[in-house]
Design a protein around this ligand. Sequence first.
Ligand code: FAD
Length: 385
Amino acid sequence: MKAIVIGGGIGGACAAIALKRFGIETAVYEAVKEIKPVGAAISIWPNGVKCLNYLGMKDALRELGGNMRFMAYKEYQQGQTMTRFSMDPLIQSVGEQPYPVARAELQSMLLETYGRDQVQFGKRVTHVEESADSVTAWFDDGTSATGDLLIAADGTHSIIRQHVLGYATERRYAGYVNWNGLVEIDESIAPADQWTTFVGEGKRVSLMPVSGNRFYFFFDVPLPKGFPQDRTTVCDDLQGYFAGWAEPVQKLIRQINPETTNRVEIHDIEPFMQLVKGRIALLGDSGHSTTPDIGQGGCAAMEDAVVLANMLQTNSLGIEDALLRYQEKRAYRVKDLVLKARKRCDVTHGKEMAVTEQWYEDLKSETGERILSGMCETILGGPLE
Ligand code: FAD
């Protein structure tokens, strides 16, 4: 059996690693010459960590992961703590800890694990064709690749999605802009072992530790789509949006490097239940594109990879049957994650300001129990116990 994997991001790389571990021949085709992820870092929650453990990256991941033992929300003007609690109950409940990691390092770990030299870079798929017993991907350089199945891990802008669904999907703007990057840890801004989030006015400023004495930071601001802002205006933009916010936030803005700060308009795609067609499977953002509000998009791609490989490995009724079983196992799970993230997004970013204000109030009496139990439920919905 030979699988063609389109896209060498988190989803494609994990799928290729998973299939290779089961002895399935793979070939990975990636559009760009060098992968430059859109975000600086990513939080891998225990459901994603378990998938990477399962795929043989347990020790490598621990080298990259930040030590995130506590979680705290702070009020935006004075920086007073609204709630602070240990993440240990979560870790104890689910049996693994979360690891925030720098994206470039995660990407490197995945490609090294698979074999970077086995990825064909600069191969952009333009269309795919299926026959009764094979599938062919055509690239923009006029070449093609044929296999027994094709895994479309070509991201949120997937061109293969339309072939699978039979219609075009629209990306939905979620109503806010996210700036993110990495900065050296400064404990006068936030403790080194804590996920700290300042909230107010429907905006947020968040810091998470990653390895190498660095914080992953992000700023969210509800804004119309298409504002003419870029790296040259980052500091002025953030100073304007966060005027009057507490001193640690001002300090963070002074310390960030605009050259390496990303600005992303956040989108998702209305969930759909069809993830496969014949010998083609959508995996990762091509099959379920989510806002990052529960930090599960990449974790879900890892889950997809593990489930898909298992379905192919354990099934004897053929590829098309295995892919349908993959769809059956994944469609409800990923729909749930997209909708949960959308709900969180709206509460966090002031879609209805009264609801957001109530959330701020609720945070003041939060012991950690409600927040962690919500996280546990999401995490335990993954494929690995
Ligand atoms: P991608 O990472 O987009 O990879 C797709 C790959 O396919 C790319 O390398 C691309 O070049 C290639 N490609 C595209 N088109 C073609 C083509 N035609 N031919 C060949 N190759 C092609 N998730 C989490 O789990 N935790 C988080 O904390 C988190 N934070 C996030 C923060 C932000 C600001 C954003 C935007 C997302 C966040 N996510 C997070 C989501 C996560 O980044 C995505 O879900 C994840 O990257 C999806 O991986 P993927 O492989 O499906 O897609």
